[in-house]
Design a protein around this ligand. Structure first.
Ligand code: SF4
Length: 341
């Protein structure tokens, strides 16, 4: 049986059901993530794509229980990881899981690494938090981890400070910290966006190698569909806090259903593109305080919008086996004229 079919048969490692996360703006809570449901299977790499402000990062911070206190909160839904309901856990219980069973890496390692501590100190801190280990063993493990993420001269780097390293090396250090306790799930939020193209490719290759060696699941958040094509098994496209399309990576690229996905794909630069200007999506994602109350949230940017799109809210529903889209073009049993088949 193929690896893909085996994946489909396994129970999910992570199950998110009807997640809603809201932020307090001037005393009123607005949903940044709205009715989001999905699963991640063991060893699966799930991509989450969309423009800035689509709710991708808020969704991952909700899973990690890292929303800014007093500002953001999960208002409804369930997050089940490895059979445990994360929403019902105390801060102490979550702390045991975070960094050990679920880890996260962010876009800019300089903001995640502490500038006043050495690389070794920061790696060893994670090890001490989750493993019963001596100082000597922790230092040896820190050096081995640095080596495993492709850092040369790890015995020297372990005593250096973040500002002494290049951006690519800092991101490698962040990956070493994230995988220190061999997590079952890694959430990577735009892990290569701040890096130049060559280093980006190296970091993505490293992540893929580690995922295979450690049998890890990955949620990869990115605005870059090229990264998704390289890395992912499944993809969720998010727009204005909601999932608007979900399917496997090949289907998304060859048979996108949602007009937003089609426009995102059209915005990917192509090597043989003779047109000087890349197609880009007109308009901007609505802000939290300006979200349409009814209808499709993409309606005012959608080239296929119909009058009913402004009044009827599309549900995420199956358009083909294993392919879901939230678009009124697919709400009847047959696709309407002009729709991808
Ligand atoms: Fe466009 Fe209407 Fe579909 Fe929304 S529901 S994506 S506005 S066609």
């Amino acid at each position: 049986m193929s690896e893909k079919k085996l994946l489909l048969k396994e129970a999910p490692l992570l199950e998110v059901k009807n997640l809603e996360t809201a932020f307090d703006i001037d005393g009123t809570y607005y949903n940044a993530v709205d009715q989001v449901s999905f699963t991640v299977k063991p060893r699966q790499i799930v991509g989450v794509v969309g423009e800035s402000g689509c709710g991708k990062s808020v969704m991952s911070l909700s899973i990690m229980q890292l929303l800014p206190k007093g500002v953001g909160k999960v208002t409804s839904g369930e997050i089940t990881f490895d059979g445990l309901n994360l929403e019902k856990m105390s801060e102490g219980q979550i702390n045991k899981i975070r960094g050990k069973d679920i880890s996260m890496i962010f876009q800019e390692p300089m903001t995640s690494l502490n500038p006043v501590f050495t690389i070794g100190y920061q790696l060893m801190e994670v090890l001490f938090n989750h493993l019963k280990i001596s100082k000597r063993e922790a230092r040896q493990k820190a050096i081995a981890l640095l080596k495993s993420v492709g850092i040369s001269r790890p015995e020297k780097i372990v005593d250096e400070y973040p500002h002494q390293l290049s951006g690519g090396m800092r991101q490698r250090v962040m990956i070493a910290i994230a995988i220190a306790c061999q997590p079952k799930l890694l959430i990577a939020d735009e892990p290569t966006t701040a890096l130049d193209v060559t280093v980006q490719a190296q970091i993505l290759e490293l992540l893929k190698d580690i995922q295979e060696v450690n049998d890890m699941s990955v949620i990869l958040i990115t605005h870059d569909l090229g990264v998704v094509a390289e890395m992912c098994d499944e993809v969720m496209v998010m727009y204005a806090g909601r999932i608007v399309e979900r399917t496997d990576v090949d289907t998304l690229f060859y048979n996108p259903k949602h007009p937003y996905t089609t426009l995102l794909l059209g915005a990917i630069p192509k090597m043989d593109d003779e047109e000087e200007r890349l197609s880009s999506i007109q308009g901007i994602v609505p802000s939290l305080t300006n979200m349409p109350v009814t209808g499709c949230r993409f309606a005012n940017r959608c080239p296929k919008a119909m009058p009913e799109c402004f009044t009827i809210t599309p549900e995420l529903r199956e358009t083909d086996p294993g392919h879901e889209a939230a678009c009124l073009l697919y709400e009847t049993s047959k696709p309407r004229e002009g729709v991808n088949k």
